[in-house]
Write a protein that binds this ligand. Structure first.
Ligand code: TNX
Length: 521
């Protein structure tokens, strides 16, 4: 009897494991709903992809390219398919989200449906992931069938790269955009200016890039590194093909050192530790100058969103109190302290941005600046100042959640990592990124203001691609699942299992990643 009981328990275990495997589609981020189908769909040479609407042609070609590059299988984009094929169909889904999609797989047909090309793209990305984790045999890949019904938890799934402290260049940025798309991230925040570098060409002020682009955090005399306007257009286009919006950041009135080296006449001075850190708020010419720069930026970035920083101004305004022109400005405009001067400056720049029909984006210091509510997005970054988030929400600002803990990826992933940043011995392990719950930070009636989340990679401690990879991978996977997957579908042990199947993809791409399952020495 004992052995019968044992067999029964074994059977039950088997059923439970089989069930767990069934409900756990092996892609990242985990879909909102998924279940295993029957049989396999075999991708092979000339498997046709058809589409219901011409607007889907680009995503069909995208998938064709991706399968060719990763599996060396040439699919065909065709209008009259014969045999097993992939059908892309625009259709109104019950879920109205722009990114919602469904995938139904059968051995002779895969149907992907969505409200928009963006949704179809995400359906194809899911299919691409299913393909990439399977080995190719004789130029075919057999895909176990799945049924997926999916939409993101959050509409803003962002990644920020700081190229002012170190410059990584076009090829690396494109590769990062590929990975972002692979994990369904949709916003690339490009930190292009700071103390150590100005990284994009402004035609009206050529010295910004030519002088401001010289040097980086490691090496003050490195030759000028920056993106030309042609480079920017190319990258913005590349991102758009992957349904990624690019948001440029031009940091002001602080973090302005590189610009001030090029055009010192607009400098507002700084502090001992941060010389020439600010723009000068007391000069009318400063506003004209920055307006001209923002106007050019706005023509390069079709996102109609301009991030103007607003962070840490106090680091470098030791010279502001001594400047008679700033004293006069304070009297004239009845600004009671330097914080009020900073707010005044940002309000004027916000006026400029609104006249350009764009949105004003700024760090959480600006929750206090009374910027126009409907037109501003606040980024909450100071995890140790929850009151700033409360203030932003209470004032009705749309907010992007990116607290240092756990979303700053310049913080190390493991306690044994000696190089890199920590916060009072705290750091950002994979699991904490995964378990983060942004919506629970807001009261239920304020949750609609949370636009989404962002992982920020500041690069003071990141001077090469390997280091960048080591901080980003595999946390990007945990971040993606946290931002996309409803909490009820999240499961950390299951996530770790799925992750094992991503490592070979990182290896293939020469990504120098951190493997949490291998103990570090
Ligand atoms: C604070 S986050 C900064 C950055 C630094 C970062 C380092 C923010 C808005 N400002 O300038 O690079 O800390 O982690």
């Amino acid at each position: 009897r004992i052995s019968a009981l044992f067999t029964l328990m074994l059977c039950m275990c088997y059923v439970m494991i089989a069930h767990a495997q069934q409900s756990n589609c092996p892609i990242i981020p985990q879909p909102a709903k998924s279940s295993a189908g029957n049989g396999e769909f075999v991708l092979s040479t000339y498997t046709p992809i058809t589409y219901s609407d011409l607007s889907l042609q680009p995503v069909a070609y995208y998938f064709q390219q991706a399968i060719l590059q990763s599996k060396n299988i040439p699919l065909q984009v065709a209008s009259n398919p014969t045999g097993a094929h992939i059908s892309l169909e625009l259709k109104k889904l019950a879920n109205k989200d722009v990114s919602a999609y469904s995938v139904v797989m059968q051995p002779n047909k895969i149907v992907i449906q969505a409200n928009t090309p963006n949704g179809i793209f995400y359906g194809l990305v899911s299919l691409l992931q299913l393909s990439r984790i399977q080995a190719a045999k004789n130029n075919t890949v057999a895909l176990p069938c799945w049924n997926i019904d999916d939409a993101p938890l959050l509409g803003w799934r962002g990644f920020m790269l700081d190229e002012a402290r170190h410059f990584f260049g076009k090829e690396k940025v494109k590769s990062l955009l590929d990975w972002m798309a692979f994990y369904k991230l949709n916003t690339f925040h490009w930190h292009l200016t700071d103390e150590q570098g100005w990284r994009f060409e402004v035609k009206q002020y050529p010295k910004l890039a030519l002088i401001g682009g010289v040097g980086d955090f490691t090496n003050a005399i490195a030759p000028a590194k920056y993106y030309t306007q042609a480079d920017i257009k190319e990258i913005v286009q590349y991102a758009a093909e992957r349904f990624i919006t690019v948001v440029p950041e031009i940091d002001m009135p602080g973090h302005a050192t590189a610009a001030n080296k090029a055009y010192p006449q607009y400098s507002g001075g700084g502090s001992k530790a941060h010389p020439m850190f600010t723009f000068n708020p007391a000069k009318e010419e400063t506003y004209d100058y920055l307006t001209n720069i923002l106007r050019e930026a706005n023509t390069l970035f079709p996102s109609r969103m301009l991030h103007i920083g607003g962070d840490e101004v106090s680091y470098g305004n030791e010279e502001w109190p001594k400047d008679p022109a700033i004293q006069q400005l304070m009297q004239r405009k009845q600004l009671k302290d330097l914080k009020a001067v900073e707010n005044y400056f940002m309000q004027r720049m916000a006026d400029t941005i609104m006249s350009l029909q764009a949105k004003v984006l700024a760090w959480d210091e600006m929750a206090e600046a009374d910027l126009p509510r409907e037109k501003t997005i606040i980024y909450w970054w100071r995890h140790d100042k929850p009151q700033q988030l409360e203030l932003a929400l209470q004032k009705g600002y749309s907010t992007v959640i990116c607290p240092r803990l756990p979303l700053y990826f310049d913080f190390v992933q493991d306690s044994t990592h000696r190089h890199g940043r920590k916060w009072n011995k705290r750091y950002n392990p994979l699991e904490e990124v995964y378990q983060f719950s942004p919506l629970s930070l807001a009261k239920p009636n304020q949750q609609y203001l949370i636009k989404g989340v962002q992982a920020n990679l500041w690069t003071e401690t990141v001077s090469n691609n390997e280091r960048l990879d080591y901080l980003l991978f595999p946390r990007i996977c945990a971040f993606a699942e946290m931002s996309w997957t409803p909490p009820s579908q999240k499961d950390y042990p299951a996530f770790l299992q799925k992750l094992e199947r991503q490592f070979p993809l990182f290896d293939e791409a020469n990504i120098y990643y951190y493997n949490p399952t291998t103990p570090t020495l």
